[in-house]
Design a protein around this ligand. Structure first.
Ligand code: GLA
Length: 706
């Protein structure tokens, strides 16, 4: 990732969203910019799906409407994140290059009439994408409205794996680059099993339909290849832009939602990390999933500020049941992203669509218009974001890291595992949520990363763990770190082959045990383990999964009270070098993890917060001050102790404790006095008065309570 120097919105936070005015008559735009000013919008993304309008026929361009739009936005003082429109190839492209369509695993080519990329492996699509990116960059490189480039849209969705002829040809080239020889490929994939040995590169297929399950190492490599091809498409467009412009380039990720992209690798290719996040309506605790996605985004960004490119003001339209946000929820969501490092708050989209697939999706300017509650909240949030200008560039620091390895997740998701019930996503969320409820700010880290700055490292789902990564974790503990490893860990290497020496072998020394056998439970069964560490006797539910462990130096912190492993160890603790390693061989739920993580935190010398559950508190560290952001997700007022300073949203002094009303958010600049930070400091709008804030709030939570 390049150092971008100045933040795209200057020394202020960005506020805005996707702006797709081409779906509206020309006269709407004047009203749009007037209302954007009212809402405090200073940043919009344009042109994301405009290829058919910008290049109506191959090689014929119409930039007049975009010229006018950019001029209009610039005159209104709104910065533009200008997109390349390659996520929606025009109908002429499909007609001219039908062989460039993506083909599904079942052999069905995907046609026009919707959106989604063509085959990232097809030279015609690659060339056309590069060409339109280059034309746009050439024309608008020096346009004063344009502050950054938004390449494509959400790589990996809706197009991920591709089984077209072009993809299969590229796959063979990719394999030849990776393995050099067919012998090396045969060894890596273990093709002697089930007689799959290859004698010619042309005989190697994509892992399409087969009589029984496809070779799993082959499937894992296909996931790597898919990610690589998508990223190569991004790089081609990015480099086309860089020939004309040195403004920062981004593309919007879907942290935690897109299974086909390895964000650690993607983040190295962009200048600024951006993310889209939508609540999962079926998840009643979606705000925790939001925090997880935001922490993951900040982590892949290397701790630098990032852009929340899209979220929703209220309901989305693409889930089974699209639950609208309740009063105040949008602001809590937006400011939770800010708390976790976002320096731009963006939405999909500015004005609700009348036509097409997303007409039931909420927007900043909803169908119900400017008289609506959603609009009032959008205006109120714009004022809040404006009042937080001085937070720009401040950072979040964590003492706890959760390991995140996309390759491990790909591998664990392959078929024919010991149990369908043990899911990396569920385990990651359970551990994350335990730490979230305990008020711990968490980074995500790759298992091979330098972990020395963390007091506690948690490995919730490390099914695939290379010998190098395991050595890294072992060194971390030996040097004094505290490590918590969850079940089904270090089972296979990078080729999905069981480690020599058996399950968990590379972690044997640090954990002080061997895993002899997996003991998955039948559907509906659940076991109990008894937590006895430090003199306690607590029964904890252990659903889905157990393991048969043989201790080799570890002490028992909890044992199985029943089931196939009755009497055997379930949770262990092992001192190794200057540190401690815990092994949790059962998938404890969020409550069950409480004593385990409390004990591990004690080993790590860190303490959970005493703030009420569901009151989220995060600190952003600036040059001149620290900022406490407190988000009260409960329906009761909350107190955060030890917060003294200036309330940037409500105005006035705070301290020695911070009171956060039910459903509200507070942002406090720590330190004495209401004065702004020093010279060259913040230049954002004045904080709103308590009274104006109350007026905005009166339309939110009070209404719900009536
Ligand atoms: C994604 C896309 C947007 C829009 C939203 C709807 O984030 O990037 O174009 O479809 O989903 O939630």
């Amino acid at each position: 990732m390049a150092d971008t120097g100045t933040w795209p919105t200057g020394r202020t936070l960005g506020y805005g969203g996707d702006y797709n005015p081409e779906q509206w008559p020309r006269e709407t735009r004047d009203e749009d910019v007037r209302l954007m000013a009212e809402a405090g919008v200073n940043f919009v993304s344009v042109g994301i799906f405009s290829w058919a309008l910008l290049e109506p026929r191959e090689g014929e361009y119409d930039f007049a409407w975009m010229d006018e739009l950019l001029d209009l936005l610039h005159a209104a003082g709104i910065a533009v994140d200008l997109a390349t429109p390659t996520a929606a190839p025009p109908a002429w492209f499909y007609a001219t290059y039908p062989e460039a369509r993506v083909v599904t695993r079942d052999g069905v080519p995907l046609g026009p009439g919707s959106r989604g990329a063509c085959s990232p492996s097809h030279p015609a699509y690659r060339a056309a994408a590069r060409n339109i990116a280059s034309r746009i960059a050439e024309r608008y490189a020096d346009h004063p409205a344009v502050v950054m480039w938004h390449v494509h849209n959400e790589y990996g969705a809706p197009v991920g794996e591709d089984y077209s002829d072009a993809a299969v040809a590229a796959w063979r080239t990719w394999l030849a680059d990776r393995y050099g020889t067919l012998d090396a490929l045969n060894d890596a994939w273990g093709t002697r099993f089930w007689g799959q040995v290859y004698g010619e590169w042309e005989h190697v297929q994509a892992p399409g339909p087969t009589p029984a399950t496809v070779n799993q190492a082959q499937q894992l490599d296909y996931a790597r290849f898919t990610d690589h091809q998508l990223r190569a498409l991004f790089v081609a467009e990015r480099d086309a832009i860089r020939e004309h412009s040195d403004k920062p380039v981004t593309t919007n990720f879907m942290a935690n939602e897109c299974p086909t992209t390895d964000l650690w690798a993607w983040a190295r290719e962009v200048d600024v990390v951006s993310n889209d996040h939508y609540l999962t309506a079926a998840d009643p605790r979606g705000h925790v999933g939001l925090s997880l996605a935001a922490d993951l985004t900040r982590s892949v960004a290397g701790g630098r500020p990032w852009i929340l490119m899209e979220h929703s003001t209220s309901a989305v339209n693409w889930q089974g049941r699209n639950v609208a946000k309740r009063p105040g929820e949008m602001a809590r969501n937006s400011l939770a992203h800010v708390a976790r490092g976002a320096d731009v708050v963006g939405f999909f989209q500015w004005r609700a669509s009348r036509y097409g697939a997303e007409k039931f999706h909420s927007a900043m300017l909803p169908h119900a218009g400017t008289g609506s509650r959603v609009w009032q909240e959008v205006v109120s949030l714009g004022a809040d974001v404006g009042a937080l200008a001085e937070l720009q560039g401040s950072t979040v620091q964590a003492r706890v890291a959760l390991l995140w390895d996309t390759e491990s997740f790909w591998a664990q998701d392959l078929p024919w595992r010991p149990s369908d019930d043990l899911r990396h996503r569920e385990r990651t969320r359970a551990y994350y949520e335990r730490l979230w409820r305990d008020g711990m700010t968490v980074d995500f880290a790759h298992p091979t990363a330098d972990l020395s700055r963390y007091a506690l490292v948690v490995a919730p789902a490390s099914y695939l763990l290379t010998a190098d990564a395991a050595a890294n974790l072992t060194r971390y503990v030996a040097a004094g770190g505290t490590l918590v490893v969850s079940c089904f860990a270090a089972v296979v290497d990078e080729h999905d082959a069981v480690h020599p020496g058996g399950y968990g072998a590379p972690l044997r020394d640090v954990l002080g045990l061997r895993v002899e056998e997996f003991l998955p439970l039948r559907a509906g069964e659940s076991g109990t383990v008894t937590w006895t560490y430090d003199g306690a006797t607590t029964a904890l539910g252990a659903p889905v999964w157990a393991e048969d462990l043989a201790l080799d130096g570890a002490e028992v912190a909890a044992h199985h009270a029943d089931g196939r492993a009755a009497g055997g160890p379930a949770v262990t603790r092992h001192e190794h070098g200057d540190g401690v390693a815990w092994y949790v061989s059962v998938p404890l739920d969020v409550d069950g993890l409480a004593p385990v993580l409390a004990a591990a935190c004690a080993d790590a010398g860190i303490a959970p917060s005493d703030t009420a559950e569901d009151v989220e508190v995060v600190v952003r560290h600036g040059h001149d001050a620290d900022y406490v952001l407190a988000i009260n997700h409960t329906e009761a007022a909350a107190t955060v102790s030890g917060v003294e300073g200036t309330d940037l949203l409500h105005g006035g002094a705070v301290g020695p404790d911070l009171k956060v009303p039910a459903g509200d958010v507070a942002v406090v600049r720590m330190g004495p006095g209401p004065a702004a930070a020093g010279a060259g400091g913040p230049s954002g709008p004045e904080p709103r008065t308590t009274e104006s804030r109350r007026r905005a709030d009166a339309t939110t939570f009070d209404e719900e309570e009536r």
